[in-house]
Design a protein around this ligand. Structure first.
Ligand SMILES: [Zn+2]
Length: 91
C-alpha cells in the first residue's frame, strides 16, 4: 500500500507521514496534531527532540507555515516531549 511521504522540516529526512509529528497553526498558535486530522497547512517533524528544538530555535515553523509570529506554548513543548519520549498517543 502506498503511504504518503513527507519530509521533516528540520533534517529533511523523508518518510511516511504517519511516522512524523504533524503540527498545524490555529490563530497563530502552534498545535500538535497526533491524529493527523486538523485542517490547514501542516508542518512535519521527525520524532526527535533535536529536530523539535531546532525547529523552534531557528524559527523553522515560521518559515514553513509562512507566519512571522507563532505562539509556542510551554504546554505544547511538554506535550511533544512526552510524545517523543514515551510515544504516548493520549497527550
Ligand atoms: Zn528531523
Amino acid at each position: 500500500m502506498h503511504m504518503p511521504e513527507r519530509s521533516c522540516i528540520v533534517c529533511r529526512q523523508k518518510t511516511s507521514k504517519y511516522s512524523l509529528l504533524r503540527f498545524v497553526l490555529e490563530d497563530q498558535t502552534l498545535i500538535f496534531d497526533p491524529r493527523y486530522k486538523e485542517s490547514g497547512r501542516g508542518a512535519y517533524l521527525c520524532p526527535q527532540k533535536s529536530c523539535f528544538i531546532q525547529a523552534i530555535q531557528k524559527f523553522i515553523f515560521n518559515k514553513v507555515l509562512k507566519t512571522k509570529k507563532i505562539l509556542i506554548s510551554t504546554e505544547l513543548i511538554q506535550q511533544v516531549q512526552c510524545h517523543i519520549k514515551n510515544n504516548c498517543s493520549d497527550c
